[in-house]
Design a protein. Sequence first.
Length: 83
Amino acid sequence: DILLIYIDGEVGPQLADVHEWTELIIDLEPSDDGHRIDFSYQYNRFRVQDLPPSPARREGRIWIDNVEIVYDGGQPPTRPPVQ
């Protein structure tokens, strides 16, 4: 299992085989155009045919909780987020 985080189309942080709640902080520079953040959960990304049995703790999903956007002294964006 791997979680890939894309920032403006580029691969950013990656979390692989994490089974506990993990805090992740992503610092971004201000941008007049804003930023786009995409999350991609992948399992068996290399399409291996015969995988060993999954461990009992594997849920086959991720949980994202408590997302915060903090402005550090700059002006907040004037553009609404993309739906």
